[in-house]
Design a protein around this ligand. Structure first.
Ligand code: B12
Length: 214
């Protein structure tokens, strides 16, 4: 649990653009052995959601919002050495955002949490053209594809992407998630088989944890 006092100090530092201070604070939490999921939800995600609200109300500039995101993406790299300590499960996942979707931090967290659970992940980032995703899947032959969507008006792109993946890989498991689903699963996805909407990193972990290492 991250205390509100710690959070407030961190939030002020990141709004102030103080990357060195934020790095020190996150390193402190990592040295104390904080659970990564908790760090992601209670520090990084909470900060970005709060920044989104401030931005929406015109209380911070676009420049500050960009800076906070850039610092957060940088801080995610501090977690990197912790990601590969788990026993491998011989499973591969390709994670990315739909075409025209530029919000990539959530997808990166998804890839990291799966990596922590032993998966080999390939995180392609934001705004990937559909044909590129399909050919990358063909190259890597993953066990699962994860698609992140933040903006509801990008839903047609997501659907197109799922249709293209399905056309080439009819049985491949697909998971979807992100803020575009905050009112729940989107009904028109029901027609796709082997497609699961996961509402949180906890659900992701439960679904993708492999107990049989054989
Ligand atoms: C940073 C940011 C941007 C950056 C993104 C840069 C980057 N490198 O990612 C930039 C500047 C590009 C951007 C652009 C826009 N943005 Co913006 N942005 C944000 C902000 C502040 C933070 C996003 C973020 O990283 N959140 C933190 C992550 C960790 O949260 P998350 O994505 O929800 O992910 C978590 C879960 O959802 C889940 N998850 C996510 N994906 C997946 C996938 C799977 C498979 C699973 C299992 C789980 C899962 O796991 C994560 C961890 O818990 C948000 C505010 C907010 N509430 O998030 C607005 C926000 C998302 N943006 C918004 C808007 C409106 C826009 C623009 C339309 C603005 C504009 N007029 O241009 C454009 C759209 C661009 C596009 N086409 O995509 C709105 C969206 C409203 C809506 N729901 O439609 C928000 C909510 C701001 C607001 N309060 O209004 N944005």
């Amino acid at each position: 649990m991250i205390s509100s006092e710690f959070y407030n100090r961190y939030f002020n530092a990141i709004l102030d653009g103080d990357r060195a201070r934020c790095t020190k604070m996150v390193q402190e939490l990592l040295d104390q052995g904080i659970e990564i999921k908790l760090l992601y939800r209670q520090l990084f995600e909470k900060t970005l959601y709060q920044v989104g609200e401030l931005w929406e109300r015109n209380q911070i500039s676009v420049a500050k919002e960009h800076l906070v995101t850039a610092i957060t993406e940088n801080l995610l790299n501090l977690v990197y050495p912790r990601l590969f300590r788990k026993k491998a499960v011989s499973k591969k996942a390709v994670i990315c955002c739909a075409a025209n979707e530029y919000h990539q931090v959530g997808g990166k967290m998804v890839a990291d949490i799966m990596e922590l659970n032993g998966w080999d992940t390939y995180f392609l980032g934001a705004n990937i053209p559909v044909d590129q995703v399909v050919s990358y899947i063909d190259e890597k032959k993953p066990d699962l594809v994860g698609l992140s969507l933040s903006i509801y008006f990008n839903f047609p792109s997501l659907k197109k992407e799922i249709e293209a993946i399905r056309a080439h890989f009819p049985d491949l498991d697909i998971i979807v998630g992100g803020q575009a689903f905050k009112w729940g699963k989107i009904q028109s996805l029901d027609r796709f088989k082997n497609l699961t909407y996961l509402s949180s990193l906890d659900e992701l972990e439960n679904q993708t944890r492999i107990t049989d290492h054989g």
